[in-house]
Unconditional design. Sequence first.
Length: 57
Amino acid sequence: MIPNDPVMLLSFVNLKLRDFYADLDALCEDLDVSKAELEEKLTRIDYRYDKDKNQFV
């Protein structure tokens, strides 16, 4: 359901966080994805979750 390509994943996740979810935990729970795996994939392209912005930056 979520993109495998890291750049597409970044875009997908940030859009969902901006428009539908209060935080990363809510997104992961609703989409039934591992928060650790998601963060690890995006860390590979030098993006980290910023709780204050509710985005990967």
